[in-house]
Design a protein around this ligand. Structure first.
Ligand code: PHE
Length: 446
């Protein structure tokens, strides 16, 4: 059942694709609001430490397994297992990862659909189309269902075009645009009255919070979600990296870019909330906490844009394009996980695999749209807080306890001949073997 495998054509292509996967709603929405609700810079510090101490080693585990096995997550874990028990564990972890990422995509598509709807709303307002604007911004089942389908269709179109002609090509176009829009929007918002209060709320740490168990749990969840870990995404992208590449180096670049964009997004969202406050928009709920959930994106920020007159329409347009791009470069990486499996393991054509798997995920997504109240939170919590860190832990266990250590080193040496004497090899193996699993378990059971 040999199928010609795709490969990223350049380092830049891989970086854009992997950073595109990592940078998503988690960075632009999740990180700033988590920081706002958890003591500002205290959260930022915990997040930075956990990203480099726990998430980066786990990211490396996935990239190394992926490039070595040159296969989807299920086949890859199976191929590095050493006996029937670890084979069984590999299959289980691979399948649960695939299931988890499919459920993540099912809620992600709903939120991304809102972003597209709000983008069209800014066009409707520009054209003076009152009733269209009302329909686009009203939270109703038909609107949500239609935009889930729109978002999934675009995702399928990119994934079915293949690794190089779909994923790499689009990520390389979209990611630079994302960075430019983000920087311009941030600069603009920082010039508005009230913005500096937001900068203060973000950057002045409330150190009394730093050892707060809730803060640590949130920061760890954020770090794993943001680097797309545990569900096989980075493993699959790793499997498309050329053997000439130095893995620890490009892994570090991905982590740095991901964190950098999250930190920058904090400088956009929190100041924007305080600008909204100074324009008379309510940014705290009845308990005095920040409006951080869906309300932030679909009510606080649109209300802010409305207070800004015509300029607000263009700011809204830029903001929702930004969110849509961020979502899309992540959703394609999610869909790639089950698609790669179906293509490689079952010999199904890429087109057909993308379409049928996306159809199933769309149906799940529509179910969540129809029964939003119990289902949405349930899916988010189960996938991101429960499943993802556990799966990341198993990836570490695989690479450090099951896989042959010499093979790991051989894989690293491919793009980095002196890997054995480098700093990475001195620290990382011990790290993924002991520190990561113990720390993940500790934070997990908090
Ligand atoms: N990293 C993405 C974000 O920050 C989400 C994601 C999770 C993508 C899991 C792929 C896999 O929004």
């Amino acid at each position: 059942m040999a199928v010609a495998r795709g490969e990223f054509s350049s380092r830049f292509g891989f970086l854009m694709a992997a950073t595109g996967s990592a940078v998503g709603l988690g960075n632009i929405w999740g990180f700033p609001t988590n920081a706002a609700s958890n003591g500002g810079a205290a959260f930022l510090i915990a997040y930075l430490i956990l990203t480099f101490a726990l998430a980066y080693p786990a990211l490396m585990a996935e990239l190394i397994i992926g490039r070595h096995a040159r296969a989807n997550a299920v086949t890859a874990l199976k191929s590095i297992s050493t006996g029937p028990k670890s084979r069984w564990l590999g299959l289980t972890v691979g399948f649960i990862g695939m299931l988890t990422v499919s459920f993540i995509l099912s809620f992600y598509a709903i939120v991304s659909g809102w972003m597209i709807a709000f983008f069209f709303d800014s066009i409707a307002r520009l054209l003076g189309l009152e009733s269209a604007s009302q329909w686009l911004t009203l939270d109703a089942v038909p609107r949500n269902a239609i935009f889930v389908v729109v978002f999934m269709v675009v995702t399928v179109m990119i994934v079915s075009a293949g690794v190089k002609d779909g994923i790499e090509r689009w990520a390389s176009r979209l990611m630079p645009s994302l960075v430019i829009i983000l920087v311009l929007l941030t600069i603009y918002v920082l010039t508005l009255p009230g913005a500096m209060d937001g900068v203060r709320a973000y950057l002045v740490p409330d150190f009394s919070r730093i050892a707060d168990p809730q803060l640590l749990v949130d920061a760890m969840g954020q770090a794993f979600f943001s680097l797309s870990l545990g569900v096989g995404t980075m493993l699959v992208y790793g499997s498309y990296i050329s053997e000439k590449e130095n893995l620890p180096f490009i892994g570090t670049l991905v982590a740095l870019l991901d964190v950098g964009i999250a930190v920058l997004a904090g400088l956009l969202i929190l100041p924007a909330m305080y600008v909204a406050l100074s324009n008379g928009v309510e940014i705290f709920d009845e308990t005095g906490a920040f409006i951080a959930g869906p309300g932030l994106i679909v009510s606080v920020l649109p209300a802010l844009f409305e207070t800004m007159g015509v300029a607000g329409i263009f700011v809204a347009m830029a903001f929702f394009i930004l969110m849509t791009i961020a979502s899309l470069t992540s959703s394609i990486s999610m869909l790639e996980v089950p698609v790669a499996y179906a293509v490689e393991q079952h010999g199904i054509g890429r087109h057909q695999a993308s379409l049928s798997i996306a159809a199933v995920i769309t149906v799940i997504s529509l179910l969540v749209v129809f029964y939003f109240d119990p289902l949405f939170d349930l899916v988010v919590t189960y996938t991101t807080e429960f499943s993802q860190p556990m799966l990341a832990l198993f990836f570490c266990v695989f690479v450090a306890w099951i896989w042959n250590r010499n093979e790991v080193l051989e894989e690293l040496k491919k793009g980095c001949p002196d890997a054995e004497s480098g700093l990475f090899w001195k620290i990382w193996p011990f790290y993924v073997k002991f520190i990561c699993p113990i720390a993940i378990l500790l934070v997990y059971f908090q």
